[in-house]
Design a protein around this ligand. Structure first.
Ligand SMILES: Nc1ncnc2c1ncn2[C@@H]1O[C@H](COP(=O)(O)OP(=O)(O)OP(=O)(O)O)[C@@H](O)[C@H]1O
Ligand SMILES: [Mg+2]
Length: 222
């Protein structure tokens, strides 16, 4: 019986560069229990987004394995179990706020009414109840970021991957958004991996890990 939700096992990622190959990740290991929450910090270019993309099955490791529930079937399970909050929000410009949020729920049309109610509740939770029919182009950067967070939560994922989810927000809005993520973690039991440069946000996670020289090091709070 495997108790871990997510296992990242000796993962390497090598990109071809102008001066030869670059090993961005050099043997990353990470184990997350259900309802675990970790922050990942590290300098710009250290590979934080790369690692999140691999966990989110948007790219494949050069070497190593990533398992969900001890199984290497992450890609099949992505839509149902993973919520991805991108560093760049990737909202669809032709859809309004409510429609954007509902995109991941389209695979399960049986529960559409439930999804709409859940979407409205979450959007209200981040202060966007008055923006439901706006297109992304008419929103501020911070509003778009909040929409992308709600979209990632719409299917009640078991694992939420957030790449600098508060990068475009002021401190108050960032705090409110982290409140929502922490609540999804503590109440819905979703595991969280949050990439952030903000120390006060990282400190709200159970563990803080730092990517340095292609490896993940644990760091004590404080
Ligand atoms: N598709 C790619 N092809 C080549 N190199 C890449 C590719 N994606 C990322 N890299 C390189 O990998 C390194 C890590 O990039 P990554 O985006 O993971 O950094 P990061 O830690 O998220 O940085 P930031 O804090 O600025 O977001 C960078 O040097 C980047 O140029
Ligand atoms: Mg990044």
């Amino acid at each position: 019986m495997n108790e871990s939700l997510l296992t990242v096992e000796n993962v390497w990622k090598t990109f071809p560069g102008a001066d030869g190959n670059v090993d961005v990740l050099r043997g990353v290991n990470l184990t997350l229990a259900p309802a675990d929450c970790v922050a990942i910090t590290g300098p710009s270019g250290s590979g934080k987004s790369t690692l999140l993309h691999l966990i989110g099955t948007l790219d494949r490791p050069t070497r190593g394995r990533i398992l969900l529930d001890g199984e290497p079937r992450l890609a099949d399970l992505r839509n149902r179990h993973l919520g991805f909050i991108f560093q760049m929000h990737h909202l669809l410009p032709q859809l309004n706020v409510l429609e954007n949020v509902l995109v991941p729920a389209l695979i399960n049309p049986a529960s559409r009414d439930d999804a709409v109610a859940h979407a409205r509740r979450l959007l209200a939770r981040v202060g966007l109840e008055h923006r439901l029919s706006h297109r992304p182009g008419t929103l501020s950067g911070g509003e778009r970021q909040r929409v992308s967070v709600v979209r990632a939560l719409i299917n009640r994922p078991r694992l939420v991957l957030a790449d600098e989810p508060t990068g475009a927000l002021d401190r108050a809005a960032a705090g409110a958004l982290m409140d929502l993520l922490v609540e999804v973690n503590s109440e819905a039991g979703a595991a969280l991996v949050v990439v952030t440069h903000a120390e006060h946000l990282a400190a709200r996670m159970h563990r803080v890990l730092t990517l340095r020289d292609g490896e993940l090091e644990s760091r004590l709070h404080g």
